[in-house]
Design a protein around this ligand. Structure first.
Ligand code: AR6
Length: 178
């Protein structure tokens, strides 16, 4: 699915983000940038040790913020490591922190002139964020960025399973209907 938004577009795709040929993929990292399971594990496995070496040199990243490394052996040229919030009950700043992940990743992408960026569904795996609510936040922030900026031109959500894809499809249709 693809929708125009401002001068750019939002795309939804089901698949494995580690295979994306884009300027940057986004990693759903942890605050220690220490690697882990889920998409983080998959990125470090396919990207090789160079990415972890850079993560160690950076040292860490607060929740809601994003740091940049190269893409190592990945097709993607760079990795934007963002740290999503762990879901507690929704009353501990989770929506604002998740929004900040998308905002800071897109701001860094713009600063570096990345034209194509792919995101996974940040926080909705091991961190337990309800996917419908996360999708609404993600699509809202991506749309807001694209309406105000020329870069990136394509923001692609790469969703691992059909249920997650359906949630983002619904959120995207709702955003475009507004
Ligand atoms: N491509 C695209 N999406 C994927 C892939 C992949 N290869 N693998 C998993 N997903 P998660 P979080 C989906 O758990 O919730 C790590 O240990 C997955 O199905 O990767 O932000 C970190 O180090 C889900 O929809 O990230 C942190 O400690 C989405 O990616 C913690 O997990 C996010 O799931 C971060 O947890």
């Amino acid at each position: 699915m693809k929708k125009q938004c401002g001068r750019g577009s939002i795309e939804l795709e089901q698949g494995d983000i580690t295979l994306q040929d884009v300027d940057a993929i986004v990693n759903a990292a942890n605050a220690h940038l220490a690697g882990g399971g889920g998409v983080d594990g998959a990125i470090h496995r396919r990207g090789g040790p160079e990415i972890m070496k850079e993560c160690r040199a950076i040292g860490g990243c607060p929740t809601g913020q994003t740091v940049l490394t190269t893409g190592g052996k990945l097709k993607a040229r760079h990795v934007l490591h963002t740290v999503g919030p762990r879901w507690r009950d929704g009353n501990h700043g989770e929506p604002e922190l998740l929004a900040s992940c998308y905002r800071t990743a897109l701001a860094l992408a713009e600063e570096h002139g990345f034209r194509t960026v792919a995101f996974p569904s940040v926080s909705t795996g091991i961190y337990g964020y309800p996917v419908d609510e996360a999708a609404t936040v993600a699509i809202r922030e991506i749309a807001a960025h694209l309406r105000k900026n020329d870069c990136p031109e394509v923001v692609r959500m790469v969703l691992f399973d059909a249920g997650t894809y359906a949630a983002y499809e619904q959120a995207l249709m709702a955003e475009m209907a507004e």
